[in-house]
Structure formats: structure tokens, C-alpha cells
Design a protein around this ligand. Structure first.
Ligand SMILES: [Zn+2]
Length: 198
């Protein structure tokens, strides 16, 4: 698919960072790198999206309700806020997901903006054909978002210096990356993206 390049920052929220309810090891390290990607895409006036887990208290994704996870990123709580060091500009488009109790919201393609527009519809409106994915966590929301992106025909890049995984089982992130690559995702780093956007 030809089209514009866009950056999607997945779930860089307090609960997924150090001290949060479901902290991803090393999450804090990637924030300065993500900020450099934000600057790079913003300077070229390319779309920047930031997704957030935005669960209701009674989410079926939480352990109390039969799910796999401790409560995290409950709507309008401190844990659900973007990390304070993440420098999103006013032009950044926020995509909320996991907003209804029946949804895990692992993929940003299940999300929508503040006006209720589906992520995929916004990409089509903006004529986006290629996604660059950063954020948390490599073995969950990054993976499911990337696989959906590939399924839908977007050229899909994983920003290797700007993702981190949960690794509930050792090696989960490597396994997830292998699967994304096998389905057609490209692994890429900041200097290569810089020259691509030049
Ligand atoms: Zn969640």
C-alpha cells in the first residue's frame, strides 16, 4: 500500500512504566527515544498517534472479572495517564482502546479517537499507508497492533529501540518479534528512520 507514513506510540502510560500496576521492565528507557521519533515525524508534518489502554473498572480483562491482569489503566485514573516524560504535541491523535468490559483492547485497531472514529478509518482519511510502531509491550499490544496492521495491508515497521516487552515467560518478546517479522514487519531503528524521512 502506498501512502503517508505515520507514527503510533502504543500505551506509554503510567501503569505500564516503573512504579505502575503492570510495569514493563525498561519502559522508562524508551521514552526519550520515542520523543525523538515524535520530533522527527512532527517536523515532517506526518501523523503521530498515541494509543492508551482505557478500561472500565469492571473490565473482563482484569483478574477480578476472570481475566489475566491486575487492574490497570482504569479510565480517568493516574495510572491511565500518559507518562509525564512523553512529549506528545497538541496535534497528536489519542486512540483509546479496551474501553468496553468485553474487550481486551490489545490492538490499537480496536481503538477510536475522542469523536468515536475507528483507528483504521482515520488512517484511511489521512491516506496513511505505512505505520511505525513504538511503545509497550512488544509481546502484547505492540504485537497485536502490528499483526492487525499487516493484515490490513499497511507496510509495518517495528521501532526496535523504542519498544519493550513484559516477558512473562522468558523469550516472549523475541518470539513476538519473530512472528511479526515472519508476517512481513520490518525491524528498524532511529538512524534508519531518519534517513527514510529525509
Ligand atoms: Zn489492558
Amino acid at each position: 500500500m502506498n501512502g503517508k507514513k505515520a507514527l503510533i506510540i502504543v500505551d506509554v502510560q503510567n501503569d505500564f512504566c516503573e512504579g505502575g500496576a503492570l510495569a514493563v521492565p525498561g519502559a522508562g528507557e524508551i521514552i526519550p527515544v520515542i520523543n525523538r521519533y515524535i520530533n522527527l515525524f512532527s517536523a515532517k508534518e506526518l501523523p503521530v498517534f498515541a494509543s492508551r489502554d482505557w478500561h472500565p473498572r469492571n473490565s473482563g480483562h482484569f483478574r477480578d472479572s476472570g481475566g489475566n491482569w491486575p487492574p490497570h489503566c482504569v479510565q480517568n485514573t493516574e495510572g491511565a495517564r500518559f507518562h509525564p516524560r512523553l512529549k506528545l504535541s497538541d496535534k497528536g491523535i489519542i486512540i483509546s482502546k479496551g474501553t468496553i468490559p468485553e474487550e481486551d483492547g490489545y490492538t490499537v485497531f480496536q481503538g477510536e479517537d475522542k469523536d468515536g472514529r475507528a483507528f483504521d478509518d482515520i488512517l484511511k482519511d489521512l491516506k496513511v499507508g505505512e505505520l511505525f510502531i513504538a511503545g509497550l509491550a512488544t509481546d502484547f499490544c505492540v504485537k497485536y497492533s502490528a499483526l492487525d496492521s499487516l493484515d490490513k495491508g499497511y507496510a509495518t515497521n517495528i521501532l526496535m529501540d523504542a519498544v519493550r516487552g513484559v516477558n512473562t515467560n522468558p523469550g516472549d518478546s523475541e518470539e513476538a518479534l519473530r512472528e511479526m517479522e515472519e508476517k512481513g514487519a520490518r525491524k528498524i531503528k532511529l538512524d534508519e528512520v531518519e534517513s527514510l524521512l529525509d
